[in-house]
Ligand binder design. Structure first.
Ligand code: KG4
Ligand code: ZN
Length: 340
């Protein structure tokens, strides 16, 4: 009988310190996470130096909890997978050094994982039979991209972020509206009470000629609208601003994804990244996919945001193909990595 493979995953790229144990890339035995949301809320966004210090304070306890919850010891682990980028360097370095120390001390293989690959792999945990090929829409704090997933580890970029990423735009609009960090979920909540009656851009009238994504025009239009209203002494309706922004932001990705589905002849779309938690995006994507008979996959909400289970899963698929194996003496974190 084939031996089960247990991967210990470590994630510290932003404001979550997370360690998980995942069996055969799909079954989460444990996922311990310490979130810093309440700390960064005070500053309206993630403060890199504070994030880094909190990772240092939390990682050992989170690691011990992950092993305890999974009812395993380090001896049972086959490989250690860690996010080495993209992310905040000072934050990444904590997880990377912790993983390097574990790998060096035990002689176990170290697998360097691209954080976005982790977001994609969250779907393999949630959908046990999901296998590439498929079209993947990445909607995160740092990326808006369409990727053709040819295998678990091979992908081709179809279109990408030309300026601001969608998550970044959600966060900036939230800030302008006076909403708390993290902005995305708060924009969604406000939008549920509003109506999308403000026209910020004419994106929906544009013909789709490529699969790249731009959010700086929409973001600037929202900021100008808020500033102009304030100069005129007019009160804005935050729910209407949020509903209008969200509708245009989602429309851009959904319409491009639908054109890409047809052009590249895919029947499955897999969503990945924090913004895939957005309920309006899910609803719109479901409605459009239904019209063309395509299947849509998302991770559950708790696996959309940063967690180490997705890193362990991506680590597993790399490990079994002998990819991403890193030297525990020399691995260094990187702040940005290409999606290809
Ligand atoms: O994927 P992620 O961890 O970022 C990167 O890895 O780059 O996602 C974080 C982003 C933030 O911009 C956050 O505001 C956004 O995901 N987000 C949402 C929602 N939940 C999280 N955006 C819109 N609606 C949500 N419900
Ligand atoms: Zn992330």
């Amino acid at each position: 009988m084939k031996k089960d493979i247990l991967i210990l995953g470590i994630e510290s790229s932003c404001d979550e310190t997370s360690v998980a144990v995942v069996k055969n890339g799909r079954e989460v035995l444990s996922c311990a996470t310490s979130t810093q949301i309440d700390i960064h809320k005070l500053y309206g966004g993630v403060v890199p130096e504070i994030a880094s210090r909190n990772h240092v304070m939390n990682i050992d306890g989170v690691y011990k909890k992950a092993l305890e919850d999974a009812k395993v010891t380090l001896d049972d682990i086959d490989a250690i997978a860690v996010t080495y980028g993209a992310g905040l360097l000072g934050a990444l370095i904590v997880g990377v050094n912790f993983a390097k120390a574990l790998a060096f001390a035990t002689g176990k293989p170290l697998v360097a994982v691209n954080h976005i690959e982790g977001h994609i792999a969250a779907n393999y945990i949630a959908h046990k039979n999901l296998k590439p090929p498929f079209l993947c829409l990445i909607v995160s704090g740092g990326h808006t991209a369409l990727v053709s997933m040819q295998s678990y580890t091979k992908r081709k970029l179809i279109g990408t972020t030309t300026d601001d990423a969608i998550g970044e735009a959600f966060d900036k609009v939230a800030r302008e509206c006076g909403l708390e960090y993290p902005g995305g979920p708060n924009v969604q909540k406000q939008a549920e009470q509003g109506s999308p009656k403000i026209k910020f851009t004419n994106m929906d009238k544009e013909k789709i000629t490529d699969f790249n994504f731009s959010y700086s025009g929409l973001k600037t239009a929202v900021i100008n609208y808020i500033h102009n209203s304030s100069q005129r002494g007019e009160e804005i309706s935050v729910p209407d601003v949020c509903a209008s922004f969200q509708s245009e932001a989602v429309n851009q990705i959904v319409s491009k994804t639908m054109v890409a589905l047809k052009k590249f002849d895919y029947k499955k779309v897999v969503l990945a990244g924090g913004v895939s938690a957005n309920l309006f995006l899910r609803k719109t994507m479901d409605e459009e996919a239904k019209k063309v008979g395509a299947e849509i996959y998302y991770p559950p909400i708790n696996l959309c945001t940063d967690n180490a289970a997705m890193i362990a899963s991506a680590g597993y698929f790399n490990f079994i193909e002998g990819r991403g194996i890193a030297d525990p003496k020399t691995l260094v974190p990187v702040s940005s990595i290409s999606l290809e």
